[in-house]
Design a protein around this ligand. Structure first.
Ligand SMILES: [Zn+2]
Length: 511
């Protein structure tokens, strides 16, 4: 019998992908700590059983008595590949519990302003079409997620019709979004936001569970309190406040029953470079290349397709994305979207763009600006400028050469080495800059990196409070962490230091 291919095992306080033959090997070497024998199918979120045999015959199967039979792997066979829709996502849906009454709101995330006409109106309907809510343009605040009231009754899904707007708006506001499943829907208690199916949950954090089923059993390790009961849509509904107190098998089972994964390492996405405007679902930036930190068990997905590189790091991975589109949709997920953000490119005012400068290597390949850990072939690059300008060459921060370059004349820079940086100026404005930095390995030590950071001068950039999480990459470098925190407190950091930190994380993770 072919084994199921998308099985996770509860081990070390999280769900980790596992293959049947690996379990047999674990038995043979005496097992591992934290091993529980608790398995689930990550496609349908149901428990599976492990049929023991030798390495060649062991397999996972769905249990006969399972409640729902709708597992894609059962229908389509063992070769089933996850069909992740890179465009599909839901809008945030909030529950409010106030004075014994429930109410719901849908969050319309910000869209490009040119998509909306003045006489726009929005119609949101519940699935049985009994309730309809209309809003016009005046109700929408700019630069915000606009939460719109959609009634007191939970609906399994909501349809959103937008009149007098660009058709592209569906990329932001889908015409149908998932609502509340009365079999069991989980919300974050603090924000009231619904969790997606298969979401990650953590201990010591409260969630609301809306369900028509009464919870009779007590679960060791999970604190469960009923906070609402009442009739909704002709059925009895209860809301429980639930909070796991420990990473135990029993608490993991409780959340799995409601399609959530208890884990010490929840999925998160955090932009790390460039540092620009970050809001809940939207990041505005002005670069072609950007870096994200992805924590937890999930893959990166891009729409429209864009090139990306993913490097492992100490607690997840770093993704470098080349953004060619003015608006880029980025999501992370397993079988479906768990977290997402839109990236909007909004160029800051520059007199001339870097594209007007042509910098190539010996073979005429473009050399991009930024920090790079590769030296060009034969250590030369050639620059051509559309206007008269200046090229400044530095070695380890000290100016070694400065030359004037006439418009459309090519100039060759030789002897590029580690620590060399080249900046092209037109007038007073730097329009292209690259520094060639050797990747720093752990063994090179903390003090060297620290002295490099301290030596950074020049342009300062703002670092928001959230940047403090960047310090996690320097777990074993207390002095570097302290230096980062100090910058966060001051709210500023030299741009060069930020570049250096970024390249350290990216290159360090790649080794
Ligand atoms: Zn399944």
């Amino acid at each position: 019998m072919p084994s199921l291919n998308h099985v996770c095992m509860w081990v070390d306080n999280q769900w980790k992908p596992v293959k049947a033959h690996e379990i047999v090997s674990l038995h043979q070497i005496g097992g591992v700590s934290g091993y529980s024998g608790l398995f689930m199918c990550s496609l349908c979120g149901q428990y599976v059983t492990f049929a023991n045999g030798d390495v060649y015959t062991a397999y996972f199967k769905h249990r006969k008595e399972e409640l729902s039979k709708d597992c894609p792997e059962r229908t389509f066979g063992a070769g089933y590949q996850i069909q992740y829709d890179t465009k599909k996502h839901d809008l945030p849906l909030k529950i409010h519990i106030n004075r014994g009454e429930l109410s719901f709101e849908i969050g319309l995330i910000k869209v490009p302003p040119e998509y909306l006409n003045k006489d726009l109106f929005i119609e949101i309907r519940s699935d049985d079409e009994t309730e309809s809510f209309r809003y016009n343009n005046e109700r929408l605040l700019p630069d915000a997620v606009n939460y719109l009231y959609v009634g007191k009754n939970p609906s399994r899904q909501y349809s959103i019709r937008v009149h007098n707007a660009s058709k592209n708006i569906e990329l932001y506001w889908p015409s149908i979004i998932a609502g509340v499943d009365p079999e069991g829907t989980m919300f974050d208690a603090e924000s009231g936001k619904k969790l997606p199916v298969d979401a990650d949950v953590v201990i010591n954090k409260a969630y609301y569970l809306l369900t028509r089923n009464r919870i009779y059993t007590s679960y060791p390790g999970v604190d469960i309190r009923e906070i609402y009961e009442g009739h909704k849509n002709g059925q009895y509904i209860r809301v429980y406040r639930v909070e796991a107190k420990a990473y135990s098998e029993r608490s993991a089972c409780f959340f799995l029953d409601h399609h959530c994964r208890l884990t010490e390492h929840p999925v998160k996405i955090q932009p790390i470079w460039p540092v620009y405007a970050d809001s809940p679902y939207l990041i505005k930036h002005n670069r072609k290349e950007m870096y994200l930190h992805i924590a937890g068990e999930a893959e990166l997905h891009l729409f429209p397709t864009a090139s990306s590189r993913v490097f492992p790091c100490s607690n997840g991975k770093i993704a470098g994305i080349t953004v060619n589109n003015k608006q880029q949709f980025i999501s992370v997920g397993r079988t479906q979207v768990l977290k997402y953000k839109y990236f909007w490119q909004e160029p800051i005012q520059k007199p001339l763009s870097e594209h007007t400068v042509n910098v190539v290597d010996k073979r005429n390949n473009t050399v991009v600006s930024g920090v790079t850990d590769r030296l060009p072939e034969d250590r030369i690059i050639r620059c051509t400028l559309p206007y008269d300008g200046t090229v400044v060459i530095k070695e380890k921060g000290i100016i070694k050469g400065k030359r004037s370059v006439k418009a459309d004349e090519q100039t060759t820079i030789n002897n590029i080495n580690w620590g060399t940086s080249v900046t092209v100026f037109m007038g007073l404005h730097p329009v292209w800059e690259a520094s060639f930095e050797k990747a720093i390995s752990e063994s090179q030590g903390e003090d060297e990196l620290l002295s490099k950071l301290r030596a950074c001068s020049g342009n300062m950039v703002d670092v928001p409070h959230s940047f403090g999480s960047f310090a996690h990459y320097f777990k074993n470098y207390p002095k570097i962490r302290q230096w980062i925190y100090q910058c966060v407190r001051q709210g500023r950091m030299p741009e060069k230091a930020l570049k250096l930190l970024k390249s350290t994380v990216v290159n360090g993770g790649n080794e």
